[in-house]
Design a protein around this ligand. Structure first.
Ligand code: IPM
Ligand code: MG
Length: 366
């Protein structure tokens, strides 16, 4: 029996309870294919601060190093909000993991099933077929990591802070490559989002994307859009987009907008792919739901486990090459939520069930 070895970092808030469902779904689905998931659990985030004094302890990194992928829950919560910003779970756990494993490609599907258009804050007549687009966000460059970065007191008594936005041609080309692969598997259109009317990094971005695609993917239709316009167009007519390609901070903002127009944070999964090949000959990656720790409903069996389950499906697809199995899990989630079943955190209508019951339903729909 082949084993699938991945690190599991459930984190804080609803993380552990939705992770438990995802692991059950994985075990069941993989077992039927004679595959055995081997989750190796470790502490990250607030729980790691409490137990080990740091959000990303060495033992956790070691377990991640030894794995072929990381299935991540979510980190953070009110308990750790008063720590200095650099020590807070989100920044101290997620950002170093992204850097350590060069997780440069963040893939966030924006999917709203046609049956659930009523859950979107957009008017149903704008999205009669639901929503289906993907945001490809560069994740290890730009203003998040650029140097110099810091805060200092000035001689005149004033104080200043500084972040630096930097992009190299090579960083732009490799994320363009991921967008191209994504577009080839879908609608064959890429809209590259930048702020080339103001930023030097964006001028380079636009030029590199244009040249790279002309040379390597002439069959993909490429358009460019300024980020302010893209934010507006997403709210006006999201289905004009197939694949959005953008840099780190613009992608952070646009992907949250994409999340909200898709109706429920509890449905959105994501993959962050690295440059490293794992033992299966696929990319090492980190997979996490987009929704956060939802401390208000944590531990109450109310959280929607779908995003975590869908993130696990993405892990099967991208880090283990198990496309058919990923499809099967995604179909089971779709069948479950479109049958009207919902958990406390989705405004979908229909009977409300608990996290665990939702998990059981997904398993029975596999
Ligand atoms: C995300 C989050 C992170 C980011 C935070 C928690 C550091 O907002 O994954 O989108 O800004 O990248
Ligand atoms: Mg974000």
């Amino acid at each position: 029996m082949d084993t699938l070895k991945f690190a599991v970092l459930p984190g804080d808030g609803i993380g552990p309870e939705v992770m438990a469902v995802a692991l059950e779904v994985l075990a069941r689905a993989a077992g039927e294919e004679n595959l055995k998931p081997e989750p190796v659990e470790a502490d990250a985030g607030g729980v790691a601060i409490d137990r080990h004094g740091t959000a990303l302890p060495p033992a956790t990194l070691e377990r991640c190093d030894g794995a072929d992928a990381i299935l991540f829950g979510s980190v953070g919560g009110p308990k750790w909000e008063n720590l200095p910003p650099k020590e807070q779970p989100e920044r101290a756990a997620l950002l170093p993991l992204r850097k350590r494993f060069s997780l440069f490609a963040n893939i966030r599907p924006g999917l709203l099933y046609p049956e659930l258009v009523g859950a979107s804050p957009l008017k149903s007549e704008r999205i009669p077929e639901g929503i289906d687009l993907v945001c490809i966000r560069e994740l290890t460059g730009g203003i998040y990591f650029g140097q110099p970065k810091g805060t200092r007191d000035l001689p005149d008594g004033d104080r200043e802070a500084l972040d630096t936005m930097v992009y190299k041609k090579s960083e732009i080309e490799r994320i363009a490559e991921v967008a191209i692969a994504t577009a080839r598997s879908r609608g064959k259109r890429i809209c590259s989002v930048d702020k080339a009317n103001v930023l030097e990094t964006s001028v380079l971005w636009r030029q590199v994307v244009t040249d790279y695609m002309a040379a390597h993917a002439p069959e993909i239709a490429l358009s460019h859009m300024y980020v302010d316009n893209a934010a507006m167009q997403l709210a006006r007519d999201p289905n004009q987009f197939d694949v959005l390609l953008t840099e780190n901070m613009f992608g952070d903002i646009l992907s949250d907008e994409m999340a909200v127009i898709c109706g429920s944070l509890g449905m959105l999964s994501s993959a962050s792919l690295g440059t490293v090949e794992n033992r299966h000959g696929h990319r090492f990656g980190l997979y996490e739901p987009a929704g956060g720790t939802a401390p208000d409903i944590a531990g109450k069996n109310l959280a929607n486990p779908c995003a975590q389950v869908l993130s696990a499906a993405m892990m099967l697809r991208f880090s283990f090459g198990l496309e058919a199995l990923a499809d099967r899990i995604e179909a089971a989630v779709r069948k479950t939520v479109t049958s009207g079943m919902r958990t406390g955190d989705i405004a979908f209508g229909g009977p409300s069930v608990g996290t665990r019951e939702m998990g059981d339903a997904i398993i029975s729909n596999l």
